[in-house]
Design a protein around this ligand. Sequence first.
Ligand code: G6Q
Length: 538
Amino acid sequence: MEFLDFSELAAVGKLQHYAQSPCDLTEPALLSSHRFAKYHLSSCGFDLLYACQRLDDAVLTALQELADEAELVEKFLAMKQGAVLNRIEGFPSENRQVLHTSSRDVFRDSPDHPPSVQQAKKQLARLRAFLKDLESSRIVNQAGEPFTTMVQVGIGGSDLGPRALCLALAAWGRPNHRVDFISNVDPDDAARVLAGVDLSRTLVNVVSKSGTTLETVTNERLVRETFVRAGLDPTRHLVAVTGKSSPMDDSTRYLATFHMYDYIGGRYSATSMVGMVTLGFLLGYDRALEVLAGAHAMDRAAEEKNIRQNIPLLMAMIGIWNHNFLGFPTHAVLPYSQALVRFPAHLQQCDMESNGKSVTRLGGPVRWQTGPVVWGEPGTNGQHAFYQLLHQGTEIVPVEFIGFRHSQYGQDFRVQGTTSQQKLVANMLAQSLALARGRDHDNPNKYFPGNRPSLVLLADRLTPSTMGALLALYEHRIVFQGFCWNINSFDQEGVQLGKALANRFLAELSAGDDHRQEFAGDSPEKFLLGLVNSSKSG
Ligand code: G6Q
């Protein structure tokens, strides 16, 4: 396996040349049904429609060459097989395998599974037994009643993916089982959630791979105190998911403990116990397993080398075309599904923490753009908010639309001859075409320039299996791009500096008045702390 710099890849020159005159989507008759049929791919229950991208066959061929030259699929396969890809050559780094795909490679029976798959299976068996004990009332509260609520306490990767999944699949939740989340160290976050639950029938699932994260440790303490004040024994209500041997890995303090492993990064951990415990509580074990089955199917589909037959790879390459060659600095993910309300937030972390990097795998400076800004909100709400800029603003934002033919609950309503689901999907397709085609007009204020690229991901219904596939699709899209830019998509050194400075603030705040000494008299820190302290008495 070779790790070549992006700028050294021969296809880059070709793509730069094509980018000087990319295909014009406003050209009359360009957006024909023939083009839509041609730039269309089906896999794992999804249709990907990419006719509204500013590309043609020549660009696609060059993108294929780029993917081949950078050995993207080879690197993906090496990742799945346990290569140590979370590293920077020649410098201290995490130096770990990257094996989130193991957490769903659990559907084959084989005596020679790698340790990561054996561990995933073992954790799933523990989860199954735990959920069974809850169901059969072998585990009950102090009054002998079953638990009805699970609150997950965690932050970053220990919150965003699991929360996005639970919200997406709430329609498939079991009766009398609800879940909620506390992530922020803002005490109002915990206060709001805890005020809305019956504590006596609530399990709190504390999730922290490191077992040391300030926000989570603080919120766990707060939750324990709340149980004690209510006359309840926290060890009968708290469950933990943590790294083996972390400071939280102490079974005497919890009703049950589950493990996750250092070869799964936080933002890639939604299909490990980090996401599966709360999801299993909400959906039941078998339904939760369908999420893993969907993700596993996408893991297999992503091994295909032909970009026109591999959705995550093609989306990665289209993203690179838009970002590195056409120069668009952001991209929006706009799901036409309210259930996916937090999915863009999960992708923001997964993408920007993975690919927001400025050094190569060899520790040198990158001389090309790496990860774009990622943002998004569900449509149609967004249409009434920021779509003005998408259509007529000076910034061009490539869009990824996600939609479904059928609703989750099937409780649709017909008004003016169409159902709400039809209205939703029609709006999504119309937006994609409107962005591409634009509209001529004598009045400059009503003129739409068009030529704004988008793609559509369409599936039948947002089920557990579809959600698993969608999650894995985006994980692989991100990983393929990171390989292509020759960066390490699996560490996150960029989050350390702010944390370290916050700890210095906290050390100063916790020291008595006579012991404050950390910051010099003319430092901004001293001024800012003074301001915070003065407002205390105000
Ligand atoms: C994700 C990051 C980060 C992490 C949180 C929580 O890839 O590593 O978002 O998930 O900082 O960490 P813990 O799970 O260790 O509490």
